[in-house]
Design a protein around this ligand. Structure first.
Ligand code: GLY
Ligand code: MN
Ligand code: MN
Length: 450
């Protein structure tokens, strides 16, 4: 229940959205459907981030309606009805009373009645914000309401004539984090950094990748996070070269590096940290060369995360700097300009270096506006995550670099001054990583738990 209590300034957020909407308009935000897993089992439910941002309401089968310049309520919720029998099985529901009393809805209805109420609420609106093309289960409901209005319109010309995507309006607000959001993101970052530290300390050769996953996620929950914001990646050895490796079912061998990409979600906001460290006491020379290259590039990129920079330029810079290091390491041969031009670097660095971070791990907000890269601003949070990945069978590369993947990822808050790295508590300097590995092996011993 505690986690259900609204603690962020949702009313203020809705007021900001309403302020940006034109007179006589409405906006609808449906929840995502529950996803079946197998038989009678469902995947754990996660509210749509737009609905969560606007209300803090976590239940499925919800529609949020905002109305401006129209008679009647400006904030309406459609929610599941209270059902004592079902609640015994699937948990407490706020119901229409809870929606009003705890979540501030001026009017609330049972979601089963959405068909009969929606048309009425939209009748006088001239424009409607809805994420058309992505309405899912709500699409047919909305179609029916609009069709009903169009039919009536022949007599009275009622109903919205323009559909607008709410993205540019709402996602612009979600993109720039307010101090209360930054506070929550700091907490997600702190918990995530602790989880990475603990994993880094506790790894022993012979452990399963899944044990490291369990340790990381244990810390997330122990510290009160909702859980993870995206599936945890633990890749030992050449599994680190698979970018979204989530099987985590291999054994960690002596002499391998372990790549952990994991982020805790707190009040709907996720962190996103990657660390790469040796299963033994130290990096071997090949691992160290690759790690030093990525770390050096990562630190220099973090320093560029300032207002005025943009994600395209950050990626172009990452590509150039990483390609220079690929040439130094004899992964590639040729001149850097040509290797960048021909995209030869993609063999060892195939992903982006940064994304916005917030309620979605790859958060909303346009990185390109009207065809131009958008300058970053203070208050935005981005990741900085260069990597180098050398597949085990890569031809014509030094043998000692084969089968090694390294990524280092921090979460960075842009400020008017220096960038603020929210995730510094997760060690990344070689001396700090190796010190933690040494003390961990001493503390836990070298062999895995039975
Ligand atoms: N963990 C997903 C990403 O780093 O983008
Ligand atoms: Mn990331
Ligand atoms: Mn990541």
């Amino acid at each position: 229940m505690i986690a259900d209590l609204p603690s962020l300034p949702f009313a203020e957020r809705r007021a900001r959205v309403l302020a940006a909407m034109p007179e006589r308009s409405a906006a609808v935000f449906p929840s995502l459907p529950v996803a079946p897993r197998n038989g009678d089992v469902e995947y754990p439910y996660r509210q749509h981030s737009d609905v969560l941002w606007l209300t803090g309401f976590k239940e499925p089968e919800t529609v949020v309606l905002l109305r401006k310049g129209l008679d009647g309520p400006s904030f309406v919720m459609f929610v599941r009805r209270r059902d004592p029998e079902m609640e015994v099985w699937t948990g407490r529901r706020a119901g229409v009373d809870g929606a009003r009393e705890r979540f501030g809805a001026e009017a609330a209805h049972e979601v089963g009645d959405v068909r009969s109420h929606l048309g009425g609420y939209l009748r006088e609106a001239t424009a409607l914000y809805v994420a058309f093309g992505r309405t899912g289960w709500f699409g047919p409901v909305l179609d029916e309401a609009l069709e009903g209005l169009r039919r009536a319109k022949r007599q009275s010309w009622h109903g919205p004539m323009a559909l607008l995507d709410p993205g540019p309006l709402l996602h612009e607000l979600r993109l720039r984090k307010t101090p209360d959001e930054v506070a929550v993101m700091r907490r997600a970052a702190d918990i995530t950094a602790e989880a990475h530290r603990q994993a880094m300390e506790a790894v022993r050769p012979g452990m399963g990748e899944y044990e490291v996953q369990a340790l990381v996620e244990y810390t997330f929950r122990r510290r009160g996070a909702d859980g993870w914001g995206y599936p945890t990646i633990v890749g030992a050895g050449d599994n680190a070269c698979i970018l979204h490796y989530v099987e985590n079912d291999d054994r960690i061998e002596e002499g391998e590096l372990v790549l952990v990409d994991a982020g805790a979600e707190v009040s709907g906001y996720t962190a996103d940290i990657t660390r790469t460290f040796p299963a033994g006491r130290r990096f071997d020379p090949g691992q160290r060369d690759l790690y030093d290259a990525v770390l050096d590039v990562q630190k220099r990129l973090v320093d560029l995360a300032r207002p005025g920079m943009d994600l395209t330029r950050l990626q172009d810079t990452a590509i150039r700097w990483l390609t220079e290091r690929m040439v130094d390491l004899r992964l590639l041969r040729g001149d850097v300009d040509g290797l960048v031009e021909s995209k030869a670097f993609r063999r060892f660095y195939p992903h982006g270096v940064s994304h916005f971070l917030g309620m979605d791990v790859h958060d909303v907000g346009a990185s390109v506006l009207e065809g131009r890269p958008r300058p970053l601003e203070a208050g935005m949070v981005i990741t900085v995550e260069p990597g180098l990945y050398v597949p085990p069978d890569a031809p014509k590369v030094p043998k000692r670099l084969r089968g090694i993947g390294v990524r280092i990822e921090d979460d960075v808050l842009l400020t008017a001054g220096d960038p603020e790295v929210l995730t510094t508590a997760a060690p990344k300097e070689v001396a700090d990583v190796e010190a933690l590995r040494r003390s961990g092996l001493k503390k836990y011993g070298r062999s895995p738990a039975a």
